[in-house]
Design a protein around this ligand. Structure first.
Ligand code: GDP
Length: 300
C-alpha cells in the first residue's frame, strides 16, 4: 500500500540491522526502539501514540520472550506486529446491523474526506451481500453534493432519497428524517445518510451533524477521514468524536502516497474501531479493515 511504503521501508531496514545480531543487548533494543520511534514520527503517527507504542515494544523486547527466543530479531518483529495490531484496534470490527431494520448509517467528516464516494461504495458492497440499501442526500452545503450522490447511487444501482418539496428542502435534518421514514416504508433494510462537511472543523457544521444524529438515531456513525491530511487527523478526529460521537472510522485515500501515519493514530486516540478502508475513486476500491492484515502489510 503506497501510503505506508516509506514507513514499511524504514522498519524493514531497522529489522535488517537487527538480524545481524544474535542475542540482543539492552543497547541493541534501545537502538531499535529509537529507530522505530523515528520512523513512526516521520510517518506522521501522533506523538502520544508513538510514545505508548515504543514503551510497550521496549518493555517486551527487554523481557524474557525475546531473551529466551531462538531468534530474538524475529521475536522483536513479532512484538512490533502485535503492537501495530493493537494501535489499529485489535480485532476486526464488523458493521453493526439493527435488530429491527432499517439499519441507519450516518456518514460524517470534513468536506473532501470521501463521504459521498464512500456512500456509493458501501451501498454497492451491501447490495452485493444481499441488503437493499437506500442513500439519503443530507449534504445540502456543497452545491453539487446531491447530484454527486445521485450519480454514485446510479452506479451502485441503489435508490437515492433527495430533498424535494414536502421532505425538507434546504433542511438537512428534515431530509435525513424523511429519508429514514421512506426507507422504512419502502422496506429498505439499510439507509446511508450522506452529510455535509466543511474544509475545517466548524461549529455550525458539527451542530448540524449532531442534530442529524439525534433525529435519526443511527446504528452506526462512520467518521470518514482522508489518510493524507497529516497531523490534523488527530485533532479532527477528536473534534468529531466530541461533536457526533462516531461509532467507527473509515480511512479513505489509502491509495495515496502521503505518509498516512496520522490516520493510523485515529483508532488509538479515539478508542473507536476502523471498520473500512477506501483505496481509490472507483466504487469497488473499498475493503473491510483488518488490523492484523494492515499490520502485516506495513511489516511486509
Ligand atoms: P466528501 O466531500 O466527503 O463527500 O468527499 P467526496 O466523496 O466528494 O470525495 C472527494 C474527492 O476524493 C473526490 O474527487 C473523490 O473521487 C476522491 N476520493 C474519495 N475516496 C477516495 C479514495 O479512497 N482514493 C482516492 N484516490 N480518491 C478518493
Amino acid at each position: 500500500m503506497a501510503t505506508f511504503g516509506n514507513l514499511s521501508d524504514r522498519l524493514a531496514e531497522t529489522f535488517k540491522n537487527l538480524r545481524t545480531k544474535g542475542k540482543l543487548s539492552a543497547a541493541d533494543v534501545d537502538g531499535t526502539v529509537r529507530e522505530i520511534r523515528r520512523a513512526l514520527l516521520d510517518a506522521d503517527v501522533s506523538l502520544d501514540v508513538v510514545k505508548q507504542f515504543t514503551a510497550h515494544v521496549r518493555e517486551r523486547a527487554l523481557g524474557d520472550e525475546v531473551n529466551k527466543a531462538l531468534n530474538p530479531a524475529q521475536q522483536v518483529v513479532q512484538i512490533v506486529n502485535d503492537e501495530l495490531v493493537a494501535i489499529l484496534g485489535g480485532q476486526q470490527r464488523r458493521l453493526q446491523f439493527a435488530k429491527n431494520p432499517p439499519t441507519v448509517i450516518m456518514l460524517a467528516g470534513l468536506q473532501g474526506a470521501g463521504k459521498t464516494t464512500l456512500a456509493g461504495k458501501l451501498a454497492k458492497h451491501l447490495a452485493k451481500e444481499g441488503h437493499t440499501p437506500m442513500l439519503v442526500a443530507s449534504d445540502l452545503q456543497r452545491p453539487n453534493a446531491v447530484n454527486q450522490l445521485q450519480v454514485v447511487g446510479h452506479q451502485a444501482g441503489v435508490p437515492v432519497f433527495a430533498p424535494e418539496p414536502g421532505n425538507g428542502v434546504g433542511d438537512p435534518v428534515k431530509v435525513a428524517k424523511a429519508g429514514v421514514e421512506q426507507a422504512r416504508r419502502a422496506q429498505h433494510d439499510v439507509v446511508i445518510i450522506d452529510t455535509a462537511g466543511r474544509l475545517g472543523v466548524d461549529a455550525e457544521m458539527m451542530k448540524q451533524a449532531a442534530n442529524i444524529r439525534k433525529a435519526t438515531n443511527p446504528d452506526e456513525v462512520l467518521f470518514v477521514i482522508d489518510a493524507m491530511i497529516g497531523q490534523d487527523a488527530v485533532t479532527t478526529a477528536k473534534a468529531f468524536q466530541e461533536g457526533v460521537d462516531f461509532t467507527g472510522v473509515v480511512l479513505s485515500k489509502l491509495d495515496g502516497d502521503a505518509r498516512g501515519g496520522a490516520a493510523l493514530s485515529v483508532a488509538s486516540v479515539t478508542g473507536r474501531p476502523i471498520i473500512f478502508a477506501s483505496t481509490g475513486e472507483g466504487l469497488d476500491d473499498f475493503e473491510a479493515f483488518h488490523p492484523d492484515r494492515m499490520a502485516s502489510r506495513i511489516l511486509d
